[in-house]
Design a protein around this ligand. Structure first.
Ligand code: NAD
Length: 281
């Protein structure tokens, strides 16, 4: 695991910046944090003072530059672990390497996710397996790996990035909807088993957030419905989202910071919607 320290990034630690932040000194893992919502959550956690392990795919040079920039601007350590979240042994290694490097994991954000859009008739079995593995099973394996340490320290925050599709269905997204409903079940059981131990487990359920994952869906939906992208955005993707706006990824990051903080210690087993009113229907 590569770790970027603020000093390594060419900056001296600023004591006033390091102290007095909501998550000062906490250690977080954010899975799938090289892009989109995960990257925004990583930025917000680092901004609140947490050291963060970045995970996901991408260009090594670009990821190192991002880690250096965030480490320098927030005066925290940012490490990188390239675990493939479809592989349980690599997930276990992500957690154990973090514990060896930082001494503990206080905050786990299960965010890595992929999407595939097709009718059930045409849904490739290997896509079903991959989506279930990355969007659901990875959160189980990571949770199982962090819990012994969290229990021993009687502190932990597990934040699962589910979706409005954890609460309602949409056609053509069978694997994604099934996996995200599963994430809410995982969240509830994790919360119940840890409720007396200083650990909370919650799910954030975003509606549409503007990220590369959504960008790919705009292209796919435009092709399958034979309509242009403006129409896809308003009448297909945001058809169910009453405020007709994509959320910003930083809004999800800000909620993750709140859930990771002391003020959220009584919130557990909850699913928090950030969906412009979608699931109020
Ligand atoms: P994204 O494609 O921008 O980012 C996905 C991240 O996951 C990337 O860092 C990628 O490298 C990583 N990843 C993918 N496969 C991986 C694997 N096998 N191992 C490790 N990392 C892997 O997507 P996003 O829109 O930021 O989505 C992030 C999460 O938010 C997903 O769980 C998604 O389901 C959820 N979500 C997104 C939206 C939205 O509108 N964007 C809405 C609701 C929920």
């Amino acid at each position: 695991m590569n770790t970027i320290t603020p000093e390594g990034a060419g900056h001296r630690a600023d004591a006033s910046l390091v102290a007095n932040r909501a998550l000062s000194g906490r250690v977080a893992i954010v899975t799938g944090s090289t892009s989109g919502i995960g990257l925004a959550i990583l930025q917000e956690l680092a901004g609140a003072g947490a050291h963060v392990v970045m995970n996901g795919f991408g260009d090594t040079k670009e990821l190192t530059a991002t880690a250096q920039r965030l480490s320098a601007s927030h005066q925290v350590e940012i490490a990188f672990h390239g675990a493939d979240m479809s592989r349980p042994a690599e997930i276990v290694d992500l957690v154990s390497t973090t514990e060896m490097r930082f001494g503990r994991v206080d905050i786990l954000v299960n965010n890595a996710g992929i999407q595939h859009v097709a009718s059930i008739d045409e849904f490739p079995a290997e896509k079903w397996d991959a989506i279930l593995a990355i969007n659901l099973s990875s959160a189980f394996h990571a949770t199982q790996s962090v819990l012994p340490g969290m229990k021993s320290r009687r502190f932990g925050r597990i934040i699962n990035i589910a979706s409005a599709h954890g609460l309602v269905g949409s056609p053509y997204k069978v694997a994604y909807v099934a996996a995200k409903h599963g994430v809410l079940g995982l969240t509830k059981v994790t919360a119940l088993e840890t409720a007396e131990l200083g650990i909370t487990a919650n799910a954030i359920c975003p509606g549409y957030v503007w990220t590369p994952l959504v960008e790919k869906q705009i292209t796919a939906q435009a092709m399958s419905h034979n309509i242009d992208r403006t129409e896809v955005i308003r009448n297909v993707l945001l058809a169910q989202q009453p405020n007709k706006q994509f959320a910003e990824a930083s809004e999800i990051g800000a909620l993750a910071v709140f859930l990771a903080g002391d003020a959220a210690r009584s919130i557990t087993g909850a699913s928090l919607s950030v969906d412009g009113g979608w699931t109020a229907h």
